[in-house]
Write a new protein. Sequence first.
Length: 229
Amino acid sequence: MTSSANQAESKDRSEGDGSQQLRPPVAAIGIVGALLILAAIFVASSLGRPELEWYAVSASDPHEAGDSLVGPMVYTIDGRGDGLTFFDFSSGSVVEEPDPLGWDLAFHRFTVLANGGVGFAGVGGIRALGPISFDSITSVPADGYSVNQETPEPSNPAMIKWYDYSWTSHVLRPKPEVFAIRTADGRYGVFQILSYYCPGAHAGCITLRYRYQGSGGVTFERGKRQDAA
């Protein structure tokens, strides 16, 4: 009798242990639940992605400005290539394979460089003017411009935080900042980034609104807006 009772008790214990082994750990349930919540947030944010402002890429059509005051102009640079894309303020255009002093700003996706600093031929630099109205600017400072740094890839301190990025919508938006530019040959301009998106809302195209003072001075006058083709 005792042997039968012990066998029955042993069987019940074995079945009980088996049912406990089949139960998933509480920690695993928590991890799976958290992953499902994150997945739901990601899907919801993707479906609710805000409408993006984008511009058509401007044609490469350089025309020398000479000593003239240029702008306001709007120009879109395609920075999606494998290397840098160069823009020259004096000709108002993207330039391919420029001379060392033949460009003022260089772009690769969200990286923006001036033609100045170690390893660069120009005396260019960029200075952040803050979130002010572009149309209110009548002059820019003559000094205080940041040149590029090697960290280890070249970057310009004034342009490191020119945008806000949302980790939920994965959208990059320019901050309402205005920047002064000292060009490769020491002339001055002012620019603002309007968009980071190419046609079809693809990332990697930077649209600038700018003025350029070909005379070498630091003062600007208000003019009628013209859009570069």
